[in-house]
Design a protein around this ligand. Structure first.
Ligand code: NAD
Length: 259
């Protein structure tokens, strides 16, 4: 299926690894000009070289912290008028809410709520003027079902979800859609770090924790970044213009609800 976005430009945040990289790969495969953002220049350049080797040269890089105003300015200077925006940053650390200070909450809100909102604010009006725009926010299954140890994520991402629900209904008449993609358990560095952290604070190995998590997923496996990227690319496609304000769960069937 031709997704109808060849030649469009995309800004993909948090894209040197994991789910963001999966989105960048899938958009590049559709002929999109992609700018990828991540903090570590060496890891970012490594990712960009691998992408160029696979799909050609339409990959630009910005080494920046997307949660900082200067980082967002640098990303938008490199890709000032994206047709496609994928927002993403690292998730907040796990813990007990009794240990979190106001600064911990502000950091989580900055990364997982206010940064996507700032990026949308900087790009959405020009998208509406051009009559094409696709915005995808990478959030979490914690939006549908809270995760015990990830209270910072549960709270901050719920705020973004509420904001998007309102704005997405205002932009769609201009062919600008805003949707959220909710990963369940995907096999990325982030998931490995969570298992390693849990192993350190408990009496099971990371491998045992991983296995006990795997068997609880109806699909009996973790998702891949390629699967995530493919759904993202469809949401960014010319065919998805009637779909906005949705929270799309990709979790191998783990969420137990009927709706
Ligand atoms: P990851 O750690 O594997 O990759 C994150 C990417 O974002 C990396 O490229 C990293 O360099 C970049 N990044 C992180 N913070 C950044 C910042 N401040 N500025 C710029 N770049 C930044 O993580 P992932 O597994 O791909 O997860 C992506 C998002 O999805 C996270 O917010 C995570 O909490 C959420 N999530 C992931 C899973 C999962 O199973 N992997 C499940 C639920 C939610």
């Amino acid at each position: 299926m031709d997704l109808g976005i060849q030649g469009k430009s995309a800004l993909v945040c948090g894209a040197s690894r994991g789910l963001g990289l999966g989105c960048a790969e899938a958009l590049l495969a559709e002929g999109v000009h992609v700018t990828i953002v991540a903090r570590d220049p060496a890891v970012l350049e490594q990712a960009a070289s691998a992408l160029r080797a696979k799909v050609g040269s339409s990959v630009a890089t910005v080494a920046a912290d997307i949660t900082a105003a200067e980082g967002r300015a640098a990303a938008l200077a490199a890709c000032p008028q994206p047709d496609i925006l994928v927002t993403n940053a690292g998730g907040p650390p796990p813990g007990d809410f009794r240990d979190w200070s106001r600064d911990d909450w502000i950091a989580a809100l900055d990364a997982n709520m206010l940064t996507p909102i700032e990026l949308i604010k900087a790009t959405v009006d020009a998208m509406m003027a051009r009559k094409f725009g696709r915005i995808v926010n990478i959030t979490s299954n914690s939006v549908k079902a809270p995760i015990d140890a990830l209270g910072l994520s549960n709270g901050a991402r719920a705020g973004l979800t509420g904001f998007v629900a309102g704005l997405a209904r205002k932009t769609v008449k201009h062919n600008v859609t805003i949707n959220n993609l909710l990963p369940g358990a995907f096999d990325t560095d982030r998931l490995a770090a969570i298992f390693a952290g849990a192993a350190q604070s408990g009496n099971r190995s990371a491998e045992e924790i991983r296995e006990s998590r795997r068997v609880m997923i109806p699909a009996q496996r973790f998702g891949t970044r390629q699967e995530f990227g493919a759904v993202c690319a469809f949401l960014c496609s010319a065919h998805a213009g009637y779909m906005t304000g949705q929270n799309i769960l990709l979790d191998g069937g783990a969420y137990p609800g009927t709706y």
